[in-house]
Design a protein around this ligand. Structure first.
Ligand code: URA
Length: 424
């Protein structure tokens, strides 16, 4: 068997065997296969796809390339939640403590942001002192003690994904359903949870731009889950406009705190309550309406926020010390009309430009900067009304780059739904 035969086979749209996929992953890691050969195979996969069997073999080989976390010493159903990435997506910061306050065990390993999308670990690091790195023992002890821990993916979890993802990122081969599904699922299975909840974002600010592809991705991940005896639930949600109002790490933590106290933005609250009630329904067999009431209660009686505080304090963070950039700039509407579009992708890029995100893995982010929208799509604005506030330090912004993100017109367009579909 040679890598050239395997590339040729995929180029001719033929199905690779388990043995061939194992050969590729092993060769990539022991460096007997060159990066350019892996890149060539990746491009053939992007163009010609993979069957479900091939995708499962790839997931299995990636999973077996590193350590697997054993969470069996945690009592009860352990839930993990993943988002395929978006702009203003602070869901984990709210959902995880809410569920933990309802007795669901959350053992979560999260990632950092890359490109225009944010990452939970960057947001948690905006809380001064918050330790994102814990040993396996500390991680499990914390979940047993307080029911929740959120740490960064560390150690030797799926090294094959680190290598593959780095190559995909620089060879235009990220947007492939089998590659995305195997990348996400290998890490989620290695992280050891029983129930994996995946928020598949759909829209301009997401990896999946249309509902059809998002469904294909969701169904592929659900099928992979079945082969590994993991329950996977996918919720397909909108990412054409940013979620909530805040984009940028400290600003998003502040918005998460407001949401944990029951007064977050409408879309954020709706998404949180929908996901949390579904988790309660699936794990505890609680009727959906009752589950929604239970979630709303926890978000208004201080319990969800108290759990968040407990999480932060246990990991040595101080909520009171969160800093926001001092230079504030208000961007005004050039005309009157309905805001029909707020382009999540472009706003994510503006936030990244001013330091809220990174272009390469090694860039240092500024947690204090970001944007806060004043409106959501569907709102009416008069000329000169504020569209958003920019919080920044030394970097400048181009107002035109921000204005380009807004489509304002005299006709009101129909708003797309926040939640498209739930698949399991
Ligand atoms: N997130 C991942 O973890 N992997 C991908 O391939 C895409 C998004």
């Amino acid at each position: 068997m040679t890598i050239i035969d395997i590339i040729e086979k995929k180029k001719r749209k033929q199905e690779l065997t388990h043995e061939q996929i194992a050969f590729v992953i092993k060769g990539m890691l022991d460096k007997t296969i060159e990066d350019y050969q892996i890149s060539s195979l990746l491009m053939a996969i992007v163009l010609n796809g993979m069957t479900l069997d091939e995708t499962v073999y790839l997931t299995e080989e990636m999973l077996n390339s590193g350590d697997k976390i054993d969470l069996s010493s945690i009592e009860g159903v352990v839930v993990d939640k993943h988002s395929t990435g978006g702009v203003g997506d602070k869901v984990t910061l709210i959902l995880a403590p809410l569920l933990a306050s309802l007795g669901i065990k959350i053992a979560k390993m999260s990632g950092r942001g890359l490109g225009h999308t944010g990452g939970t670990i960057d947001k948690l690091e905006a809380i001064p002192g918050y330790q994102v790195e814990l040993s396996r023992e500390e991680f499990i002890k914390q979940v047993n003690d307080i029911g929740i821990s959120i740490i960064s993916q560390s150690g030797n979890i799926v090294p094959a994904d680190k290598k593959l993802y780095a190559l995909r990122d620089v060879t235009g081969t990220v947007d492939s359903i089998p590659l995305i599904a195997s990348s996400i699922m290998s890490k989620k299975i290695a992280s050891g949870a029983d129930l994996i909840f995946i928020d598949v974002k759909v829209g301009s600010g997401a990896l999946m731009n249309n509902l059809e592809d998002a469904k294909k991705l969701a169904n592929t991940m659900i099928e992979i889950g079945k082969r590994f005896n993991k329950m996977v639930i996918c919720i397909l949600t909108d990412m054409n406009e940013p979620l909530g109002y805040a984009i940028g790490n400290s600003l998003e933590v502040k918005e998460a705190i407001e949401s944990l106290n029951g007064y977050g933005p409408k879309d954020v609250m709706e998404l949180i309550v929908s996901i949390a009630s579904l988790v309660l329904n699936k794990t505890k067999n609680i009727d959906m309406d009752e589950a929604r009431d239970m979630c709303m209660k926890q978000l208004t009686n201080g319990q969800a926020y108290n759990k968040f505080k407990q999480l932060v304090e246990y990991q040595h963070g101080t909520i009171e010390d969160i800093k926001i950039a001092s230079k504030v700039f208000s961007v005004k509407s050039p005309k009157s009309g309905y805001i029909n579009e707020i382009d999540a992708l472009s706003l994510g890029e503006v936030a990244r430009e001013i330091g809220a995100g990174r272009l390469t893995k090694d860039d240092v982010i500024d947690p204090t900067v970001g944007l806060v929208l004043t409106h959501k799509t569907g709102d009416y604005v008069n000329e000169n009304d504020e569209l958003l506030k920019v919080y920044l330090n030394e970097k400048d912004i181009k107002i035109d780059d921000i204005l380009k993100c807004f489509n304002i017109s005299s006709d009101k367009m129909k708003k797309v739904p926040l939640i498209y579909e739930i698949l399991d």
